[in-house]
Structure formats: C-alpha cells, structure tokens
Write a protein that binds this ligand. Structure first.
Ligand SMILES: [Zn+2]
Ligand SMILES: [Zn+2]
Length: 362
C-alpha cells in the first residue's frame, strides 16, 4: 500500500490535507501537480501551509505550492516526494502513466476535465474531491473507474457545458472565451477534514483490495463536528450516452524522442501523430494586434498569456493551431521540445487512410 504510485492534482487546502494524511501514513511515491504559487487564502485551512508560513513568513508567497509541499513533507516526514509546478495538461502523459491512481483536488472545472481525459486515455482510476463554497459544511467525493461502461467526470456535467469545456481544452476550432468556474474552496475546516478523510478511506480500500473499482460513484457529505456522525449520501454515477470519452480511439500511446524531428517517427506518408492537447504555433492579441509565436498549449495561451506589447492577460487568440502532424506538415520538422510539447509525453499514431469515424460503418 505504501508503495502505491499516486498523483495529487491541485495543492490547495484539500490537496495539502490529503498530502498530510498520505505522509502520516508513510506513502512513499507521491507526485504533486499544481501550477500556482501559494496565496494567503491557502494558509488558514491548511496545517502544512500554516507551519511553512509561521517558519518562513510572507516570503513563502513567491513559491510554488507543489514545491513548498514537497519541501514540507521532506522536512516533517523525511519522505522524498516529487512536485511539478505546471497545469495537469502540461505534464507529460508518460509521467502520469506510472501512477496507480490520480487524485484530483483542484478547484477548476477545466483542470478536472483535463485530469479526467488523461485518466481515461491511460486507463487510470480517478478519485475526485471537492469542498463546497463559503461557510457550507459539506463536501463531495467521487470515484471514477476507467471501465468503458463506467461514468467519467464529463458524464456528470451538462451537454452544453461539456461541449464548451471540450472545445476549450481539446478542439482546434476556437469557441467563445471560457467562463472559468472556480470555487475558492472556502468551505469549513470540518468539511475539509471530513472530505479528505473520506478520500483516504477510498484510497485504502483501493490499495488493500488490489483490484480496480468497476463502477463510478459519488458521496455527498453533510454535517459538522458538532453533530457527528457526518451524513454520507452515496450515489452510483450513471454513464451519459452523449459523453464522447468512452470510445477513445484504439491504438497504443507511445513516447517520442524529445530532441529528434517528429518527421522521423512518421515512417512514410500514412501516419499522423495525434497530440492530446492542441498546441498554439502563432497567436495574435485581440486588443493591440501584436503577433507572437508562443508554441504552448492552446488553453493555456487563451487563459493566461500576457501580451508582450500591451500587457493584457488572456487577450492572445491562437491563429495557428496544431493537434495532429503528418509528413506533409512543415511543423513535423520540429522536435517535440521545439514545439513546446511536454517531456515524457505520449502520442497516438493514426493511419491517415482509415479515418476513425468510418470504422464501424464500413
Ligand atoms: Zn463520460
Ligand atoms: Zn496586446
């Protein structure tokens, strides 16, 4: 059990509490993924950040949460964990493939969706936790099995919202700007502890059973320490027939040499290399027209890039996007590194003469 490979996505209040419990239980292999620096609002609900803050003072706010946690766990528990200060979609799939379980504690719907897509591609179990908003003593814990007939995270969101999120994360045609749904997880301390404890019980059940769960399910938690026990309402999650992520195209996901031109892997003319997340090769600022060649993930460019000319955030619209590469594309002369793709990423090769959609009809 202690040797289980775990990835914790999101190192806010809930993520740091899960990490604390995993460290208390001497888990050896944990990878913490979070793109952001510590903010003052993360401190009051987290005992680990509270300790870091009281030793180091306000200087900690210039540091990445993923790195602060890895450091704190090393100092307090002598466990050598790893951290990556990046969004989940900028972490190579090859790094996640080694995991037994992905634990999502993020407060962003888009990050949850990206985590869920990575889990389905890699056939990994996903545990997802959330604490309700301001002052509400409630939480939610969901388990998503990668089985084809089991619900995934995307199954539970409305079709319109799902389409909007997918167009944002994986489509090359640009939809409207995304309204980001983030709760800042200012639930109560009790709800946070109970949610984390419930998540840990599932991690234990998963590791002790030694067998993946076949079904997806969710638990809603209501209560407070004053009126224990907490009420746990269990719910089996149904698969949505309109959810597109259950028929991930067949075919292995393979690594590429990071510093060799992609063309070398395409062996002739009939293979196209498929990236999971579209990459932006060229962008233009909506406000000042400034043109850039960022070579970063499309969803990241649209949300977070700062225009180097006018200084606006999120004003850059990708104008040249690539999500698959064939030998006819000039971008195939680049290496994965030059295209800004993650290290240890995985790719799928598809034959160009057998479009995926035709397979069943013919
Ligand atoms: Zn689904
Ligand atoms: Zn601009």
């Amino acid at each position: 059990m202690k040797g289980l490979n775990l990835a914790v996505i999101g190192a806010g209040a809930l993520g740091s509490e899960i990490c604390r419990i995993l460290a208390e239980n001497a888990f050896l292999n944990v990878l913490i993924i979070d793109p952001d620096c510590l903010e003052p609002r993360n401190v009051p609900l987290s005992s680990l950040y509270g300790d870091v803050f009281s030793t180091c003072g306000a200087g900690v706010f210039a540091h990445f949460k993923a790195e602060l946690l890895v450091d704190a766990i090393w100092k307090q528990y002598a466990l050598a964990w790893n951290g990556i200060a990046a969004e989940i979609a900028d972490v190579g799939l090859g790094r996640l493939a080694a995991c037994d379980l992905i634990i999502s504690c993020t407060d962003s719907t888009l990050a949850r969706l990206e985590t869920s897509i990575a889990a389905r591609i890699l056939g990994l179990q996903m545990l997802d936790g959330g604490v309700m908003g301001e002052g509400i003593a409630a939480g939610r814990v969901s388990w998503f099995s990668p089985a084809r007939e089991a619900a995934c995270y995307l199954c539970g969101i409305s079709e319109i919202r799902r389409a909007e999120l997918l167009s944002y994360a994986v489509s090359t045609s640009l939809g409207c700007r995304l309204v980001e749904e983030t709760s800042n997880m200012t639930g109560t301390h009790d709800a946070l502890r109970e949610t984390a404890a419930t998540m840990f019980r599932l991690i234990e059940a998963f590791s002790v059973g030694g067998r993946p769960f076949e079904n997806s399910f969710s638990t809603r938690l209501d209560g407070s320490r004053a009126m224990e026990p907490w009420i746990h309402k269990d719910l089996k999650l149904p698969r949505s027939v309109s959810c597109p992520w259950h028929d991930v195209p067949e075919g292995e996901w393979l690594p590429l040499a990071y510093d060799r031109p992609i063309r070398e892997a395409l062996s002739g003319n009939d293979l196209r290399l498929q990236t999971v997340w579209p990459q932006c090769l060229e962008a233009r600022c909506r406000l000042c027209g400034h043109r850039t060649f960022p070579k970063r993930r499309v969803a990241l460019i649209r949300r977070k890039t700062v225009c180097t000319q006018c200084g606006a955030i999120g004003s850059c619209e990708p104008t040249k996007i690539v999500s698959s590469l064939g030998s006819g594309d000039t971008a195939s002369d680049f290496t994965p590194r030059q295209l800004g793709l993650p290290e240890q990423h995985l790719y799928q090769f598809r034959r160009t003469f057998a479009p995926v959609n035709d397979e069943e009809g013919s």
